[in-house]
Design a protein around this ligand. Structure first.
Ligand code: GLU
Length: 493
């Protein structure tokens, strides 16, 4: 019988939510949805010194924005509550006690001074700083007495001194370490709060987690985790450590400094920033999904639904992936073009509103359709299409002359074009396109040169949505007035 699939995303809310954690959440989510399993959100806040409520809020907001909804979690509850580790202190303490009883753990009374001295000595001898096992050798009766007398202590795991520990990672195969290199690591601190190594393993068991899919930074502690699970006599989950993210150059891990550098270049690895910069969840999901997995050889653009249908743990790739911000733009633009006009208009409304425009429904829809073919992020719609919501445009005079033309030649061309448009009883710019092209040819210019002059005159910009679509939105009177005004500017140059 197959074990039902249960996965979890277990962030420590100590910093900002970045694309690495979003990708971990995504792969967990995809597996759960693919096989009809459960996806749990668990908050690992055992490190109270580094815990930040803002970080937790940012994670939750990020997951919701990406559309990675969970079946159980601290906000919605579920059958395995608590989902926040600081609320499960007693559970971990009982489990640590069980390990002591099974002779897999022991209380350690060593003072901070003694441990610091020991570390110093190790450093001086260039040895690995492992605990020397002083309290491991204590008589259990004496240890119990000292605890009863209220002496300060931690609980350490008793790692085997000999032999090797072998664990299987789904992407990398067997990993073996010599046990003598493993520390008797701390399970419960002197304040009674469990550390992650114990808390996470206990929670994975409590929550019946079948697959632990997480970042590769946990690969080095994997043997410790497997030892804890085995010491309890539990069945191990399938372990799957994802590929590492490298900086764009591919040379080394992404550091805090690299993240800041990316921001100065108009990029970001943080989910909230990407949202605020006008990226859409579809684009970001597609981007991060392909950094570490393949879904289909014949295509690379997928919606979340399409990823669910194709997801397979066997397609995860353990090789490090360099972050490529151009690809974020590529996927974002592609997904913007796939949206329905109504959907895009709804997403653009707050973006235009934030920029100070009050776009009404029908016009917003037209503008959305016009900018859709060109924008890479939602925010670009403001630069590209904000003018649609302004009464007047003010082209920079230096942008008015056509490429390679004098101002006088440009004025003549603009007047001739204006006459063509003005002569039509029904205003239909698209139907006039052929005639305008013929005009350019007759004047001996490329059509693009004429359209460039018209674009500057009509939109006030050198880059705009497609010219003829834009003209339809702007309307006859305004266009003729703007072309006339631009001609007058050109005549004076
Ligand atoms: N709390 C750990 C982190 O944020 C989770 C590791 C795990 O998934 O086991 O990296």
């Amino acid at each position: 019988m197959h074990m039902p699939v249960t996965v979890r995303f277990a962030p420590s809310p100590t910093g900002r939510m970045h694309i690495g954690s979003a990708r971990t959440a995504l792969y967990n989510y995809l597996l759960a949805k693919r096989v009809g399993g459960r996806f749990i959100l668990r908050i690992e806040d055992t490190d109270q010194k580094r815990f930040s409520p803002e970080a937790e809020a940012e994670i939750i907001e990020g997951l919701r924005w990406l559309g990675l909804d969970w079946d159980e979690g601290p906000d919605i509850g579920g059958p395995h509550a608590p989902y926040r580790q600081t609320e499960a202190r007693e559970i971990y303490r009982e489990h640590a006690q069980r390990l002591i009883e099974k002779d897999h753990a022991y209380p350690c009374f060593c003072t901070a001074e003694r441990l610091a001295r020991m570390r110093e000595e190790h450093r001086a001898r260039k040895e690995q700083p492992l605990y020397d096992g002083l309290c491991r050798r204590l008589d259990p009766a004496e240890a119990a007495q000292r605890i009863a007398a209220g002496e300060r202590h931690v609980i350490r795991f008793k790692t085997p001194n000999e032999g090797t520990t072998t664990v299987t990672d789904m992407l990398r195969g067997e990993i073996s370490v010599e046990n003598k290199t493993l520390d008797d690591f701390i399970l419960v601190k002197s304040d009674g709060l469990a550390l992650y190594h114990l808390a996470a393993m206990v929670d994975d068991r409590r929550m019946a987690v079948s697959h632990v899919i997480r970042g590769s930074e946990w690969l080095s502690t994997l043997p410790l985790h497997a030892l804890v699970v085995r010491a309890f006599g539990w069945r191990e989950p399938a372990w799957c450590h994802l590929s590492l993210f490298l900086k764009p150059s591919g040379k080394g891990k992404m550091s805090k400094r690299d993240a800041t550098q990316a921001m100065t270049e108009g990029h970001s690895i943080f989910i909230r920033d990407l949202k605020e910069m006008g990226y859409i969840p579809e684009g970001i999901l597609n981007w991060i999904a392909l950094m570490g997995a393949s879904f289909d050889e014949a295509q690379d653009v997928f919606t979340l639904e399409e990823m669910i249908q194709r997801f397979d743990l066997g397609h995860l790739n353990p090789s490090p992936a360099a972050i490529n911000f151009e690809k974020a733009d590529h996927f974002n633009g592609t997904h913007i073009r796939r949206l329905s006009t109504d959907d895009l208009a709804a997403r653009l409304a707050p973006v235009f509103a934030k920029a100070g425009y009050a776009p009404d429904g029908a016009k917003l829809r037209q503008v959305a359709a016009a900018v859709q073919v060109r924008i890479v992020t939602l925010d670009e719609a403001v630069d590209m299409g904000g003018f649609f919501f302004r009464e007047n445009v003010a082209p920079d005079p230096k942008d008015l002359p056509g490429k390679g033309l004098t101002p006088a030649q440009s004025a003549d061309a603009l007047r001739a074009a204006r006459e063509i448009l003005a002569a039509k009883p029904a205003f239909d710019p698209t139907a006039s396109e052929e005639e305008l092209r013929a005009l350019a040819e007759k004047l001996g210019y490329k059509p693009g040169v004429l359209f460039g002059i018209m674009r500057s005159a009509i939109t006030g910009q050198t880059v705009s949505p497609p010219l003829f679509t834009s003209m339809e939105i702007i309307g006859r009177e305004t266009i003729l007035a703007r072309m006339g005004a631009a001609e007058a500017v050109l005549r004076k140059m």
